[in-house]
Design a protein around this ligand. Sequence first.
Ligand code: HXC
Ligand code: NAP
Length: 280
Amino acid sequence: MFKPDLLLNRRILITGGGTGLGKGAAQKFLELGAEVYICGRREEVLQATAQELHQRTGGRIHPLRCDVRDPAAVDEMIASIWAGGPLDALMNNAAGNFLARTEDLSLGAFQSVIGIVLMGSLHTTLACGRRWLAARHHAAVLNITTTYTTTGSAYVVPSAVAKAGVHSLTRSLAVEWGNRGIRMNAIAPGPIPTEGAFSRLLPRPELEEAAKQRNPLGRFGTVEEFANLAAFLLSDASSYINGEVVTMDGGEWLQGAGEFTALGRQLTEAEWQMMKPRKK
Ligand code: HXC
Ligand code: NAP
């Protein structure tokens, strides 16, 4: 759907780019001509992904081990990238999440997820942003949130509060830095099957089926659909889009938020007939 040079020579960092949606986006960006940096905590995963995607696309991809919770490590990584030239785009995609009852969570559990999702995004954004602003270099940032950033969600509270912070960071900096050439947008995906997310959040196949049934489109999203949207939002094709959070969930959250949706599903045909206006 894109011209093959859409991201030609764009230098893009994807945090958490070794797996799942980040890996899918890395492949798409490489296919569109970008030079891609991926980071994560597991060196072997990053190396394997870089090798696989290079073989598949012939593109330039660099694996960098980095825990985004550590601001010094992030700054060191960003400095090492900048040694070869500035980045043109940053995709804050690394995340941590799990299902748990909030009252059972330790402070460490909160710190771990908030550290990865909110503080991690802040560390990379500041490390890149300060360099971009100083050099008047135009750039784009894409944050990956979720559909529950605005509604909240039970049983994933550390993630919900952290993603809400990222949502707010997106909109705040879009305004603060927009006049200096830095665009800041986000994608809020609904469920897209990845090992990382589904193993932690949908532990039984029946739950997967129920999640599919709840979606107006009756299916999950795909990595390809996500990667296409990410490429668009980081490219000049979207150059007037700033501060936007694009929901990509098949309409799932609207259905979940609909006051009478669940009730309506439970009514029988006879009950629907009874609700019709009475003939005078
Ligand atoms: C309760 C838990 C827990 C769980 C860990 N902890 N898992 N508490 N229930 N299932 C607690 C630990 O006891 C510990 O607390 C603290 O959290 C840190 O755990 P560690 O294992 O030491 O942390 P770490 O190795 O840093 O791992 C981070 C992680 C892990 C977040 C816990 O899940 C991870 O590495 N995740 C990365 C990938 C991921 O989550 N992908 C899914 C993204 S999907 P103490 O008190 O001992 O310190 C997503 C949105 C999906 O975000 C939306 C779908 C629609
Ligand atoms: P994933 O494969 O588990 O991706 C998470 C990535 O983050 C991993 O590569 C992980 O690598 C990296 N990571 C975790 N902690 C890190 C840290 N401290 N420092 C650096 N990297 C770290 O899951 P995914 O489904 O692709 O999720 C990608 C993004 O989409 C996340 O932001 C997630 O919240 C969002 N999302 C996903 C879905 C979905 O249904 N899949 C829905 C909504 C939103 P290491 O473990 O090697 O560090």
